[in-house]
Design a binder for this molecule. Structure first.
Ligand code: PXP
Length: 252
């Protein structure tokens, strides 16, 4: 089975910084620590309302990721402004996400099937600039096929509903995990690289990491929260170890 990369989302370091309007804690420093602790790449979401990551953060993150030869995964809404920023920086990857200002976080996947005509040209322009384009979608076979049709190379499957069901001990958790497995298998069959993320913690990471088609997990909120108690490096190392354990069990 292929190895599973860990992208660490450092948005919530910026959320804490912005709560005080000061320059600390610094998400760029968190990114440096995450890479030193074993993260394979850095993920950051520049929201249209700039509620956490700022344009200046993206400038600096692009520099440090390039200097260290590690991928920057730029999460953004499908808007002309975000497309221009992505094209200016040419990050390794751009993950297209839906965005509503009133939401607390990215609440659902991108409706690629319903937005083909808007999304396809953006994917083409980003891909022409050498950026790997990913669509953040719910684990829905129609959205998987639509992502392939708009020309994305990657899909990131939204794990939020599954993770929430596990946390609330909902009986739907098994079905939601089955949906993630089916979507991952279908995306792989269509030639897409498969990533997953949202809401993952120490408990949910193992069943998710065991899905063999997955190549990358993007994890943020839980790690930044856990960092308060045990430090960012140890939190990332523990997550990495759980991912590796899940893969080792699959391989055995
Ligand atoms: N992937 C995408 C596309 C996201 O929007 C987010 C949240 O910003 C994540 C992964 C990470 O989710 P979490 O912070 O819940 O781990």
């Amino acid at each position: 089975m292929t190895s599973l990369r860990l992208g660490v989302n450092i948005d919530h370091v910026a959320t804490v910084r912005n709560a005080r309007g000061e320059g600390y804690p610094d998400p760029v420093r968190a990114a440096e620590m995450a890479l030193a602790a074993g993260a394979d790449g850095i993920t950051a979401h520049l929201r249209e309302d700039r509620r956490h990551i700022s344009d200046g953060d993206i400038d600096q993150l692009a520099v440090i990721c390039r200097r260290r030869g590690r991928p920057l995964n730029f999460e953004c809404a499908v808007t002309p402004e975000m497309e221009a920023i992505a094209l200016a920086h040419r990050p390794h990857a751009a993950c297209l996400v839906p965005e509503r200002r009133e939401e607390r976080t990215t609440e659902g996947g991108l409706d690629v099937a319903g937005g083909h005509n808007t999304i396809a040209p953006v994917v083409r322009r980003l891909a022409d600039a050498g950026i790997r384009v990913s669509c953040f979608i719910d684990p829905d076979l129609r959205q998987v096929a639509a992502s392939r049709d708009v020309g994305a190379q990657v899909v990131e499957l939204h794990t939020g509903a599954y993770c929430e069901a596990v946390r609330h001990r909902s009986p739907q958790a098994d079905d939601l995990l089955a949906a993630l497995k089916a979507a991952a298998a279908e995306a792989h069959r269509l030639g897409l690289e498969v990533h997953a993320g949202h809401g993952i913690d120490y408990e949910t990471v193992k069943p998710i990491a065991a899905i063999p088609e997955l190549m990358e997990l993007n994890i943020g909120h839980f790690l930044i929260g856990e960092a308060i108690f045990i430090g960012l490096g140890p939190a990332i190392q523990r997550m990495r170890a759980l991912m590796d354990e899940a893969r080792a069990v699959r391989a055995a």
